[in-house]
Design a protein around this ligand. Structure first.
Ligand code: SF4
Length: 271
């Protein structure tokens, strides 16, 4: 089975929601049904700005001036594809026109980083389309897609939310992947947070946060063990309550953001 690095920081927030998202087909085969959720504007805008800023990083590596307008056009096209069949808007981004303006502002605010050269290629979105993989024992794999390794061997992740959140487990997971695949010895971990600010406010500059390598790797390793142990309990008992805790105090515990909300997979919600 596959543990995605991106699920690590949110697993402790609500293990039940995390497995409903990551292992949906396994539970559907057991008869559970889930809500169909359109992408949130936060996730769709994040995907779009990842695309535009990655192109700017590649241009820096090639020694070319970044074509910011082309990068923005690419990001807007990606965003439109993501939301073509629906989107959960929020107070910061209530419609598509504002989303386009914010994607432009976030892209312009980003300062490109010089990627490390790995096998003659820029270390942007390392692992290509399929990402990196590492064996984590007992038939489990860790998979993920680090955004960038810079020339100081810092593994960098870009975030674009309306709120800055901590991502120790995710960065620790990328560090484990980079180390396991012998790409390089990680020099550090960094998050480039590009705020998604309301239309009425000016674009805030990016915030760079450094994370400790060893502590983040240990945090990621602990969560990986927890996921495996919880799944063993479920596979041997079939008992959701014993296997995967719920957290109805989570900020994401709503019908908008959780596919298990109001379903038999999380029977206390919606009542
Ligand atoms: S509905 Fe709430 S408690 Fe239940 S799985 Fe989702 S986030 Fe967790």
């Amino acid at each position: 089975m596959n543990i995605r690095v991106s699920m690590l920081p949110s697993y402790p927030d609500c293990p039940r929601r995390a497995v409903a998202k990551q292992f949906r087909s396994k539970f559907q085969k057991l008869g559970y049904t889930f809500r169909q959720l359109p992408p949130s504007v936060g996730a769709a805008a994040g995907t779009a700005v990842h695309a535009s800023t990655a192109e700017m990083d590649r241009a820096l590596w090639r020694g070319e001036p970044a074509n910011v307008d082309a990068a923005i056009d690419m990001a807007v096209a990606e965003f439109n594809d993501e939301v073509a069949t629906g989107c959960i808007w929020d107070d910061t981004t209530p419609n598509i026109n504002i989303a386009h303006q914010q994607i432009r502002k976030m892209t312009v605010a980003y300062v490109p980083r010089m990627p490390l050269t790995i096998n003659g290629e820029p270390a942007v979105e390392i692992g290509g389309e399929h990402g990196l993989r590492a064996n984590c024992g007992d038939g489990w794999e860790l998979t993920g897609h680090p955004d960038l390794i810079d020339t100081l061997r810092y593994i960098r992740d870009k975030k674009t939310g309306a709120l800055v959140r901590p991502y120790h487990g995710q960065l620790g997971g990328y560090s484990l992947l980079v180390r396991s695949n012998k790409i390089c010895e990680p020099g550090g971990l960094g998050m480039d947070y590009i705020p998604r600010t309301p239309k009425t406010k000016g674009q805030k500059p990016p915030i760079i946060t450094e994370y400790p390598v060893g502590a983040c790797e240990r945090n990621a390793t602990g969560i990986i063990h927890r996921i495996k142990a919880d799944m063993i309990v479920f596979d041997s008992t079939g008992d959701l309550e014993r296997a995967f805790c719920t957290n109805m105090m989570s900020m994401m515990c709503t019908d908008k953001y959780c596919p298990a909300w109001g379903t038999s997979f999380c029977e206390l919600t919606g009542k």
